[in-house]
Design a protein around this ligand. Structure first.
Ligand code: SAM
Length: 298
């Protein structure tokens, strides 16, 4: 059961409710969607939810992301929790893209599609897929894409086992995903991203700044994130290196965010990423290879 006395419940939630969130409008939005029918459009019956996903009360909501409540409240809250502003923070990922004119883009853990839409708007010629485990989040993502008149494919799948073809993407992204995944799952998703990328392609990650989070436990406690402490203790640079990526680099953004990049090296196109058992060893600090990755030509 989620705790009811978290900092979020005691301080932020009443503040949000009173001053920032139009609760009646959200209730109306929730009521106007036929959820069983809307989720049915995305729901894959052969998908098994990983244990961590079914049982973890992300943000204190008992069923995590598998509810209409989680889906309708996500955007209004996220809008206020990414200082200095959601648009600026999301643009940091876009600005970090080096791969030229990507033709196929995959956004892992796309949620309500805010980053996916931005990717499509930046690269209108590209086929863009947003992938998420929550059909409820995908319902909201699809509504936003339709409102923006953008053609995006939404896929109900596990980012660690997408079922998509090897070497089929120029760019794979994950925004605000890895602070919510246990370390072994993070490593599995990075390995999957490596498999999916063409040589010369890149994996870009936007998330909380691991170094800053380590020294601000109160910040981690506010948002009821079950795996954020493990995320803060880890190193996405090392994780990417273990998954086989080269030219790995993390750039802090506004102190509390970071953008992390890994390239699929041309010179090591046939390199085998570390075996799964090594993924559990968060202390393994294999130095990622540098200088062996060049962005895909346009
Ligand atoms: C904090 S939200 C981020 C959403 C979006 N990327 C954004 O930038 O706003 C995390 C999302 O990751 C999804 N997620 C978590 N684990 C996943 C997995 N293994 N495969 C696919 N999606 C996952 C959740 O359902 C949720 O929608």
């Amino acid at each position: 059961m989620p705790r009811q006395d978290t900092l979020f419940e005691r301080f932020l939630s009443p503040f949000f409710r009173t001053f920032l969130i139009d609760e009646p409008a959200l209730q109306q939005l929730k009521a106007e969607i036929d959820w069983p029918q809307a989720t049915q459009r995305f729901q894959r019956s052969d998908l098994t939810y990983p244990d961590y996903y079914r049982t973890a009360p992300f943000h204190g909501i008992a069923a995590g992301y598998l509810t209409p409540d989680a889906a309708v409240t996500y955007d209004p809250i996220t809008h206020y929790v990414l200082p200095p502003g959601e648009a600026i923070v999301r643009q940091a990922l876009i600005d970090a893209i080096r791969v030229q004119s990507p033709q196929r883009i995959l956004d892992l853990g796309c949620g309500t599609g805010s980053m996916t839409l931005r990717l499509k708007q930046t690269f209108p010629q590209a086929d863009v897929i947003g992938l998420d485990l929550s059909p409820h989040m995908l319902v909201m993502a699809d509504r936003k894409a339709q409102a923006a008149n953008q053609s995006i494919t939404w896929l109900h799948a596990d980012a660690a086992q997408t079922g998509l073809a090897d070497h089929s993407f120029d760019l794979v992204t994950a925004a605000l995903l890895f602070h919510e995944t246990p370390p072994t799952v993070t490593q599995a998703i990075l390995r999957e991203g490596y498999r999916l990328l063409k040589t010369g392609g890149e994996f870009l990650i936007l998330d909380g700044n691991q170094q800053t989070l380590r020294f601000t436990p109160w910040l981690m406690d506010i948002f009821e994130e079950p795996y954020i402490h493990a995320y803060a203790e880890g190193s996405l640079d090392a994780d990417l290196g273990r998954a086989g990526f080269g030219a790995v680099q993390t750039t802090p953004f506004w102190g509390i965010h970071q953008v992390t990049r890994g390239g699929k090296p041309i010179a090591q196109a046939t390199a085998t990423p570390c075996p799964p058992e090594a993924a559990n060893d968060r202390k393994l600090e294999r130095e990622p290879a540098t200088g062996d990755w060049v962005p895909m030509p346009g």
